[in-house]
Ligand binder design. Structure first.
Ligand SMILES: [Zn+2]
Length: 445
């Protein structure tokens, strides 16, 4: 008697608790998940999947949680080099007296190693995709690709000369080159990224929008982050930030707006009506005392909202588990209402919500057959994670990035039992310690 042969998978995760979606049915336990190439081929009850699939590499997850990789919707990855360099300052003073002068003397090498450090930190804390805005963004793309991370990257553009490309025309040219260089890549995509309304003229904003639309890529901007931005934009243009963008015809579903802290009711209506996608960065907003973004009101209006850490110099880490905890709590205390921003809403922001913001929801953000295999395994056998009544609550309120055990991106294992497989962590740490010395020498000669 012959048995029908099983299908071949490349990787089979078994004996796990599978949480396919933040807001969905109860986890499958015990469950298994099969990966073929870069995609999820099957997931479901252990027995059913094991009956159908065999694999060269079988990983026994022993009751650990198998969940979608986290999406960091807004980052300046290479700012890891400035972690802890200047804290406890208002945004404008922090930017103009510390960050911009330090960045004026940075180079591609610093950005490359700073981004690798960020990738190591992100993978270790369960992030599989990030959206980045910075200088020397070609080096960010190289670093993310080497790390095996999924990224939407874009060179930061503004009216004044950049330490990287010089005058803005060169910045536009560089962005176009970057878009063409990475077209069709499995991991890296490119966006057009003007910095903010207080650093970009209306003319530049229109150019950026046109460039993005011409290539069919999104564009990203910091928007309505601080009260002083609202005052400056109002003084200069006679309109508040969102109204200013509307008057230029720039609000659309192709726009990713980071922060959106200072909004009026009518500005929130506008963002919803135009389908603008928003990234919430609660820890950065708290640390720089920028304010509390009206995220519950945006969600009520149907605005797509993702979660981001922002650059880690204003955070000061890239751990999205901590970010989720803050996102869930800051709105409760701000509104004196413990029912706002429940755990599953926050977890969705960090997974499928982030994927929607980046326009990648057909590929990532949840565990589904046919989607890319971006999978994170969280060890639950830890004192601070037991007992488990509700695993979503555990992830948002009790877990931390250090609880992540295995990470798979695009079907490739990038961390196994907390060992990074794509990066040489020791070399990265040595390099960034040297970069810190160089920064100190340059900024305090
Ligand atoms: Zn930012």
């Amino acid at each position: 008697m012959s048995y029908p042969s099983k299908k071949r998978a490349d990787i089979l995760l078994t004996r796990g608790m599978i949480l396919p979606l933040a807001k969905g049915p109860a986890p499958i336990h015990p469950g298994a998940l099969a990966i073929v190439g870069d995609r999820i081929a099957a997931l479901g009850p252990q027995e059913a999947v094991e009956k159908e699939y065999e694999a060269a590499q079988v990983i026994d997850e022993g009751g650990a949680l198998i969940m979608p990789g986290l999406v960091n919707g807004h980052n300046h990855a290479a700012m890891t080099c400035y972690r802890g360099m200047a804290d406890d300052l208002p945004l404008m003073e922090w930017l103009s007296q510390y960050i911009f002068p330090a960045e004026a003397k940075s180079d591609g090498n610093q950005v490359y190693w700073g981004t690798l450090l960020a990738c190591a930190e992100m993978i270790r804390s369960g992030t599989t995709t990030f959206c980045d805005m910075y200088l020397f963004e070609d080096r960010v793309a190289d670093a993310a690709k080497e790390a095996g991370m999924r990224a939407l990257v874009g060179e930061v553009l503004y009216d004044f000369p950049s330490p990287h490309y010089g005058p803005i025309d060169k910045g536009i040219e560089f962005t176009e080159k970057l878009i063409r260089r990475w077209q069709g890549d499995s991991l890296i995509r490119v966006a057009v990224e003007p910095h903010a309304l207080y650093t970009c003229s209306p003319g530049l904003l229109v150019r950026c929008r046109d460039l993005a639309e011409g290539y069919g890529v999104p564009w990203v901007i910091h928007l309505a982050e601080t009260r002083s931005e609202v005052e400056e934009v109002s003084r200069k243009y006679g309109r508040r930030p969102v109204d200013h963008m509307e008057s230029l015809g720039l609000l659309s579903s192709n726009l990713i707006a980071c922060h959106c802290v200072w909004l009026t009711e009518s500005e929130m209506d506008l963002l919803a009506r135009r389908g603008v996608r928003v990234v919430h960065n609660p820890e950065s907003n708290m640390k720089l005392a920028s304010g509390v973004a009206p995220v519950p009101d945006l969600l009520k209006r149907g605005v797509v909202v993702g979660l981001g850490t922002d650059g880690c110099a204003s955070n000061n880490n890239l751990d999205l588990f901590q970010e989720m905890d803050c996102a869930a709590k800051v709105h409760k205390v701000h509104r004196l209402d413990p029912t706002v921003m429940p755990a599953e809403v926050v977890l969705e922001m960090a997974t499928l919500g982030g994927a929607r913001v980046l326009g990648m929801e057909k590929e990532i953000g949840s565990l589904e057959v046919g989607k890319k295999a971006d999978v994170v395994v969280v060890d639950l056998e830890r004192p601070h994670l037991q007992p488990v009544y509700n695993v979503v609550s555990q992830l948002v309120y009790a877990a931390g990035g250090a609880d992540v055990r295995d990470v798979i991106i695009d079907g490739k294992i990038v961390m196994k039992d907390r060992h990074l497989l794509t990066l040489n962590e020791k070399e990265i740490l040595t390099q960034v310690r040297q970069i810190k010395k160089n920064i100190l020498q340059r900024t305090n000669p």
